[in-house]
Design a protein around this ligand. Structure first.
Ligand code: AMP
Ligand code: ZN
Length: 113
């Protein structure tokens, strides 16, 4: 999608601190980290939000879910971490390209605000 910042970051049009990437997904550092480790995993193909998923995305989403632990491990999050997907207005999703926050290296509080 032309004017999507995460499409541009994921596809290398805008340089970023990439933590992991392959043909389907990219994972880069959050610009405004909320924990000592805070990265965002995104599909390279533009999907706006959880609400926009279709049955065709089932394999991709499963792939992303299984990648979380590999990325967490590569970032030294052996003591635990949190994976978060915000959706829509009440979910406070600000960037309209599906992304999974992976946060760690501090004791995270619950419930979130
Ligand atoms: P959300 O509120 O779930 O949509 O999260 C969007 C996240 O994207 C926030 O944590 C922002 O700090 C982060 N973000 C926004 N722009 C950029 C960018 N250019 N590079 C990296 N992270 C970004
Ligand atoms: Zn996009």
């Amino acid at each position: 999608m032309d004017d999507c910042i995460f499409c541009k970051l994921a596809n290398g049009e805008i340089p970023t601190e990439m933590v992991y990437q392959d043909d389907r997904i990219a994972c880069f550092k959050d610009a405004s980290p909320q924990a000592p480790v805070h990265v965002l995993m995104v599909p390279k193909r533009h999907i706006a939000s959880l609400d926009d998923l279709t049955p065709e995305d089932e394999e991709l989403m499963g792939y992303m879910m299984l990648k979380i632990k590999d990325i967490a491990s590569s970032l030294g999050l052996e003591n635990g971490y949190r994976a978060v997907i915000n959706c829509g207005e009440d979910g406070q999703q600000t960037v309209k390209h599906l992304h999974i926050h992976i946060l760690g290296k501090r004791k995270l509080t619950w419930p979130p605000g």
